[in-house]
Write a protein that binds this ligand. Structure first.
Ligand code: DUC
Ligand code: ZN
Ligand code: ZN
Length: 470
């Protein structure tokens, strides 16, 4: 089966041009100049008309948590509902996290996550491994995963003592291991020991509302942890270090300084930190703000975090926008923290809206079209060794988003919303553009406002080492 996506403007990380994309089966076989297909007598089985539309590589979201057991409950999107919602948002690959805790076998937990995902995804997926318990066995398993399982990145936590937390010595050992194998260390950089003291003090004062979630996780404790992680990565032999879900200007400065020094240190942010704030969302009256409890937290709009994060994206201080998609329903899930903000499950759902929200950054003049593609598709793929993703070129997987810049999207529970959540973190947001058609390895999964994908079409992708290193 051949497909020709015709008459569109193809956007890559480095430029744009008019042209057609020829697909054979699951792969892109040619990128043709306008009129070339006709001149060559190519008669494709299926034509997709992209006149006045952008043709971009499908989105790659390298930070999702489908079905994550967390905070006394489980993230509400399954691999099925979550990948369907991702497809609705122009995303064609996710990288989710298998979770190992102290005392558990890394290899067994990876197998457990494979069981959750296999046969259920409508788009391709890969895994990072969370290492929550560093010991001789888990260190050995890290090397095994890199060499045999296509898992080449490991997330560690400086936050959540007693849950996922690793101390500095454990982090150093894991970093040394990754430096040997060539793997990437991903870091949740917040000083969880200090945060727990602030949380206990706030609760003792009767400060129980959701907004105290942010007030007990100050920016200083994000930047301190970011600084410490960078120093440890140097001591470990300059292991590649990727700081996840960055929300604070002060932490961004640490990454920028490390990058300026030539280190393989990379930053990631998420739409929630670019658009949402402590005052406008988290501090809403009553318990409403629980919808926006996530970590790192939403920050005050009276500093300049959001503008600095956008600038960081322009300057490549931040390389990637992911979502940290970790959805919980308000009813029964967020409500676990009624009367105690520390018991609210941490997480925001957004896998469906990243391409839309970051495109709005293009409309608003924050970043270029090319940078949209680069931060949401091309760099995520290169950073995490997804060799056939994130580009429109011969040999790449035919993962494509046809985007309509003249369309319009209203996000909201009664508008565009396909995630398994009873609310939207972006309720009422208006986007000056629209997902038109989405292809996953040549299969049309969204067109004409209809999901046409199939459960089980999505395959596990074994990843190589990062090809983004300096
Ligand atoms: N932060 C969240 O908000 N949810 C999942 C885990 C995390 O680090
Ligand atoms: Zn995290
Ligand atoms: Zn996360």
């Amino acid at each position: 089966m051949t497909t020709l996506i015709q008459h569109g403007t193809i956007i890559s990380a480095v430029g744009r041009r008019a042209g057609d994309v020829l697909i054979d089966g699951e792969s892109i076989v040619a990128v043709l100049a306008p009129g070339q297909a006709e001149a060559m007598g190519i008669a494709a089985d299926r034509i997709i008309d992209a006149t006045d539309k952008y043709v971009v590589p499908g989105g790659v979201d390298v930070h999702t948590h489908m079905q994550l057991p967390f905070g006394g409950t489980e993230a509400s999107d399954t691999f099925e509902t979550g990948t369907n919602a991702a497809a609705w948002g122009g995303v064609t690959t996710i990288v989710d996290f298998a979770v190992q805790r102290t005392g558990e076998s890394v290899i067994d937990t990876l197998a457990e996550w494979h069981d959750k995902a296999a046969g259920n995804c409508s788009i391709d997926y890969a895994f990072h491994q969370i290492i929550g318990g560093v010991d001789d066995e888990s260190l050995k398993a890290m090397t095994y995963l890199v060499e045999n399982e296509g898992v080449t990145s490991f997330k560690m936590f400086m936050a959540y003592p007693g849950v996922f937390y690793s101390d500095d010595g454990q982090i150093l050992r894991a970093m040394q291991n990754a430096a040997e194998s060539g793997a990437m260390i991903m870091m949740h950089a917040e000083n969880g020991i200090a945060i727990d003291v602030l949380v206990a003090q706030a609760l003792a004062r009767g400060e129980t509302d959701p907004r105290f979630h942010s007030l007990t996780r100050p920016a200083e404790l994000e930047s301190e942890a970011t600084h410490r992680a960078i120093q440890l990565s140097k001591v470990a032999g300059n292991v590649p270090l990727y700081i996840v879900h960055m929300s604070a200007s002060e932490a961004l400065e640490e990454v920028a300084a490390a990058r300026h020094a030539g280190l393989n240190v990379f930053g990631e942010t998420c739409p929630q930190y670019l658009y949402l704030s402590l005052e406008d969302q988290l501090a809403q009256p009553g318990f409403e703000g629980a919808k926006w409890v996530c970590s790192t937290p939403l920050r005050t709009k009276h500093a300049h975090h959001q503008s600095d994060l956008w600038k960081g994206l322009r300057m490549n201080e931040l390389a990637i926008v992911s979502t940290d998609h970790c959805p919980f329903c308000f009813k029964d899930q967020k409500e676990l923290g009624l009367g105690n903000f520390a018991a609210i499950p941490n997480g925001i759902g957004g896998v469906e809206h990243r391409m839309e929200l970051i495109y709005q950054g293009v409309v608003n003049g924050e970043i270029s079209l090319e940078r949209w593609v680069e931060t949401c598709s091309t760099t995520p793929a290169r950073m995490f060794g997804l060799d056939k993703k994130g580009v429109i070129e011969p040999g790449a997987d035919a993962d494509i988003l046809v985007w309509d810049p003249n369309g319009h999207t209203r996000i909201g529970i009664d508008d565009k919303h396909h995630m398994n959540m009873d609310h939207s973190a972006y309720e009422g947001f208006e986007i000056d553009g629209k997902v038109d058609t989405v292809l996953s390895r040549g299969m049309v999964v969204v067109e004409n406002d209809t999901f046409t994908g199939a459960k089980g079409h999505g395959r596990y992708v074994k990843r190589g080492l990062s090809s983004y290193l300096q």
